[in-house]
Design a protein around this ligand. Structure first.
Ligand code: BES
Ligand code: MN
Ligand code: ZN
Length: 493
């Protein structure tokens, strides 16, 4: 959580005259004689970059390549970190965010890098708008600096305290300040979500999620307890919750813009605080990461935690049906029949397909809110991980323009969405002999079948479903905050 200690700012000044432990400069692939800021520093260093680092050492500017050298007092910064930006024609804002993550990670490994100063990569004549550039630098730097060390008794002391974007043009600095502020807000939301989803399941319980929601500023929150959930008729959600000693909570957060809202949107996040599989219990290797099954809920909380700073011109409802999926003695069983909020009956075929049951009731609730659009996010299916891997989330829905817009918003945020089909055949295997449907069908096409199931609970709204099972949590790296940037961009669009 050291990202919180890292201060990002913008200052007007000359790079060679600004004191720092590290000065970050860049080079496009194949450039032999640097121009711009790197060129100016090269001259100040009597050609050290062009004549030595490039010509002798062979630094080629490939994307992500780095070279550190001391300046021996020739400029105010003690060291230079020269970073390869790759081919000029391939460089874009997403790559800038990505390289900024790599840069801060590198700086955090250096011996003395308390203060780092950086150029506004890619901005200037023919380049990015300084606001966009600074936003990406701030976003990438704060996301890259993140680590979850709450439970380490010996904290790794992260040495970077100040990260200053330096530019000599007043107007650029002004724009960069706005951009850096925006980047900071977005990274804060992403890291908020990561903190929650990295938490141990003993901490991040349904009650804790409710408590966190209630602590958010400028958000109206209603938390329904078990009795109220029962009164609302959420039999599918309650079925899942039955096997756990943790009380389920249904969380409804509401943000209203001060202006008349242009549209009303509900965002649902799957909030299974631990997914043991229930009586259809998971094998150890599959259960290991199942504290992450509330990552979508964490993403929704992350978005709601910064929404007052972003002020989108829409009414936003954040919804979480939070519970655990456990095999306790009251647990729901294969063969049980649950009745969802809209009256539809579901034969439990597999207790490990719990997410769609909780989402079913949340979708019914959302559709009664008089909203125009409902987006649900969920770590829903292992099949999605198999199909799309760890860097791409699946998207499905009932309204192509909404899906297209979400895909665009994801791309702009550096996230990837890929649409999966919802052909009618996928619904076939959900047929039940004794109820309206079963909760699982064929294993083949499991991601699409899950979406077909969810569609039964969607009424009269534009709906999109995003499966983040593969992207929310990466075993060695931990939680990613998947979905946060997509949703923020979507609300602001
Ligand atoms: N939470 C899991 C899905 C999951 C798997 C998320 C891997 C992240 C990584 C979900 O509740 C689940 O168990 N799904 C089952 C559904 C099956 C029983 C139809 C699955 O995908 O195996
Ligand atoms: Mn499950
Ligand atoms: Zn699950």
């Amino acid at each position: 959580m050291s990202a919180e200690k890292l201060e990002i700012s913008v200052a007007k000044g000359l790079l060679e005259e600004t004191p720092a432990n590290v000065l970050v400069l860049n080079l496009f692939e194949g450039v032999k004689i640097p121009a711009g800021a790197t060129g100016a520093i090269d001259i100040a260093l009597d050609g050290l970059i062009s004549k030595f680092v490039i010509a002798k050492e062979g630094f080629d500017g490939k994307f992500g390549s780095m070279y550190v050298f001391p300046t021996y007092g020739k400029i105010a910064a003690e060291k230079v970190l020269l970073v390869g930006l790759g081919k000029n024609k391939d460089f874009n804002l997403n790559r800038l965010r990505e390289i900024s993550q790599k840069i801060i990670k590198k700086c955090m490994k250096m011996h003395n890098a308390r203060k780092v100063i950086s150029v506004l990569h890619g901005a200037g004549i023919g380049g990015f708008d300084p606001e966009q550039s600074a936003r990406m630098i701030a976003e990438g730097t704060l996301i890259g600096a993140y680590s979850f060390d709450k439970y380490k008794t010996e904290k790794q002391s992260k040495k970077v305290e100040d990260f200053v974007i330096v530019d000599m043009v007043e107007e650029n600095c002004k724009k960069a300040k706005t951009g850096a502020k925006r980047g900071k807000i977005i990274a804060t939301a992403v890291n908020f979500a990561r903190n929650l989803s990295n938490e141990q399941p003993a901490y991040a319980t349904p009650s804790k999620l409710a408590e966190i929601a209630q602590s958010l500023k400028d958000i109206d929150v209603k938390v329904y307890d078990k009795d109220e959930i029962e009164k609302m008729g959420m039999g599918a959600f309650l079925g899942v919750a039955r096997g756990s000693s943790q009380e389920p909570k249904f969380i409804h957060m509401r943000y209203k813009s001060s202006k008349v809202p242009q549209r009303k949107v509900a965002i649902i996040g799957k909030g299974i605080c631990f997914d043991s599989g229930g009586l259809d219990i998971k094998p150890p290797s599959s259960m290991l990461t199942m504290k992450d099954d509330m990552s979508a809920a964490a993403a929704v909380l992350g978005v709601m935690s910064v929404i007052k700073d972003l002020k989108p011109n829409c009414e936003v409802h954040g919804l979480i049906a939070a519970c655990e999926n456990m095999p306790g003695c009251s647990a729901y069983k294969p063969g049980d029949i649950l009745t969802a909020k809209n009256g539809k009956t579901i034969e439990v075929d597999n207790t490990d397909a719990e997410g769609r049951l909780t989402l079913a009731d949340a979708l019914c609730y959302a559709c009664e809110l008089d909203v125009d659009e409902v987006i649900d996010l969920a770590t829903l299916t292992g099949a999605c991980v198999v199909a799309l891997g760890n860097t791409v989330s699946g998207i499905m829905g009932n309204h192509q323009p909404t899906i297209d817009k979400l895909i665009k918003c994801a791309n702009a945020g550096g996230e990837k969405l890929w649409q999966m089909p919802m052909f009618e055949e996928y619904g076939e295997s959900l047929k039940s002999n004794i109820a309206d449907m079963k909760n699982t069908g064929s294993r083949m096409g499991g991601t699409q079948i899950a979406a077909m199931f969810l569609q039964n609970f969607v009424k009269k709204v534009h709906w999109a479903h995003i499966d983040i099972a593969g992207t929310a949590y990466i075993e060695k790296k931990g939680a990613t905050g998947a979905g946060v940037r997509t949703i923020i961009n979507y609300l602001l669009s």
